[in-house]
Write a protein that binds this ligand. Structure first.
Ligand code: ATP
Ligand code: MG
Length: 450
């Protein structure tokens, strides 16, 4: 043991920039018990079969920082076909990156083979790059060192070996965790061009962990904002959710604006931000509320976040349609249709979110019409809670809705008689006239434009 420690210090003194450092038990805060039992099982199975295997990535970073990891990843020199037969329930998945999912009950451990980031001959079909330098296929296996250098950030490139409780570090990642520094591996511009999602990951981890971005890493970032256009819409949507739902969405949003990334992610919203203070307040408030909910372990949904982000754009467009003579609900639905269609091309918002978004928006109009049996029907609508929260959000952002939020708060807290009195006290001349004329038409103004 002493021998190894001496060796370590000697190595450290003479270490070139990217040399391997091995940190032993007394030089870091990790212990094997902190790792999931399943991840340890995967590592020991691979090691017993003669392969190298480590726990790696976000889980090592999070545990060093005292956070609970979302999941555990394992890296090994065994190729997918060698990994699979070692486990009872394992599947090879993916095309761009072939990885093995090893399943234990509900937990899945992702096993990746050490990969290289080295240039291959043009004809080599295992690694492809577009003209802008973006990697489109990347299945070249490599050494542990290669694997470390193709990872995104130094803090994400730490390799933990539970059998001797050591951490392997090729890039001063452990030091960066102590320094609270986000540092990209290798040449920043090259790495960002290879995969522009790394731009967003830098911002995400900086906001989430409260780490500074190293100046050398930050330097080319703003100029590369355009390259986000090359990210596929499903991937950009996935990454957007991670950015907005991390519990640090306000800090993230500020950084996304600083680096001009937000304009490439939600351009219609970015345009409104430049035009009205209300948009800025609404979006700030939406993120503030989202972060508070995450901290309180309350449910958050992408539908609500995107509904808030796109609301100013929908309103702006709806106004144009109303000026062209469309009735309010029809104009708003028409606007929603266009705004969502544009956004979906950039971030592939699935229907399970875009449908509730439309409902939240529709209900902003219907919640103002509360006479007859409407209020009672609305309060029982499955989307009521979100639509009501959205009214509160608009009011918090400074919109004057004639105390609509407060009315609905009171309504929910009232008994049947009080509710009837509240409804009778409302003067809605236009809607009550419509109702008298056509008592059976439940939604007199909801002629769809779809
Ligand atoms: P979290 O899961 O908490 O969001 P993570 O760091 O685990 O954070 P994952 O997306 O799960 O993020 O990726 C696992 C690891 O794979 C990362 O820690 C990093 O080493 C590597 N990685 C992920 N995305 C990239 C990328 N775009 N470029 C290079 N390496 C990446
Ligand atoms: Mg992860």
């Amino acid at each position: 043991m002493l021998d190894r420690i001496n060796k370590f210090f000697k190595k450290r003194m003479t270490r070139p920039a990217d040399s391997e450092q091995i940190f032993l038990s007394d030089q870091h805060s990790l212990t094997p018990e902190l790792m999931s039992t399943e991840a340890r099982k995967v590592v020991s199975t691979l090691q017993n079969a003669g392969f190298d295997a480590y726990i790696v990535g976000g889980c090592v970073r999070d545990l060093l920082l005292g956070f609970k990891p979302k999941d555990f990843d394992v890296a090994t020199n065994a190729e997918p076909e060698e990994v699979k037969p070692l486990f009872r329930r394992a599947r090879i998945i993916g095309r761009r990156f072939q990885i093995v999912h090893v399943q234990f009950g509900r937990e899945i451990i992702e096993v990746t083979t050490f990969r290289s980031n080295q240039k291959q001959p043009e004809s080599d079909a295992t690694r492809r790059q577009t003209e802008s330098g973006m990697l489109t296929r990347d299945n070249v296996f490599g050494t542990l060192r290669d694997d470390a250098s193709r990872r995104d950030l130094t803090i994400n490139a730490l390799y933990y070996n539970p059998s001797d409780n050591s951490v392997r570090d090729f890039s001063e990642g452990l030091e960066d965790i102590k320094r609270r520094l986000i540092r990209i591996m290798g040449d920043p511009e090259v790495r960002f061009r290879e995969d522009p999602v790394r731009l967003l990951r830098v911002v995400r981890f900086s906001a989430k962990l409260g780490f500074q971005i190293e100046p050398r890493t930050a330097e080319p970032m703003r100029a590369l904002a355009n390259s986000l256009q090359q990210v596929s819409s499903p991937r950009l949507f996935d990454e957007s959710l991670k950015l907005f739902m991390s519990g640090q969405s306000l800090a993230t949003f500020r950084l996304l604006q600083d680096y001009n990334f937000f304009a490439h992610m939600v351009p219609q919203s970015a345009e409104c931000l430049g035009q009205s203070d209300f948009s800025e307040r609404l979006i700030d408030q939406a993120f503030t509320n989202t972060d508070l909910r995450v901290r309180a372990h309350k449910r958050i949904t992408p539908a609500f976040i995107y509904a808030a982000l796109l609301w100013p754009a929908v309103q702006q467009r709806a106004l144009v349609y109303r000026e062209q003579g469309e009735p309010p609900l029809s104009a708003q639905r028409h606007a929603a249709e266009n705004v969502i269609a544009f956004q979906v091309r950039l971030t592939a918002i699935p229907k399970r979110y875009s449908i509730p978004m439309r409902e939240i928006w529709d209900m902003q109009l219907s919640l103002t019409r509360r006479t007859g049996g409407r209020a009672e029907r609305l309060v029982n609508h499955p989307r009521f809670r979100a639509a009501y929260d959205f009214v509160l959000l608009r009011e918090e952002a400074g919109e004057d809705l004639n105390s609509l939020g407060e009315w609905w708060t009171r309504y929910q807290n009232s008994n049947e008689l009080e509710r009837q009195n509240m409804v009778s006290a409302i003067k809605e001349p236009r809607s009550s006239r419509t109702r008298r004329r056509r008592p059976r038409a439940r939604k007199p103004d909801t002629k769809s434009v779809e």
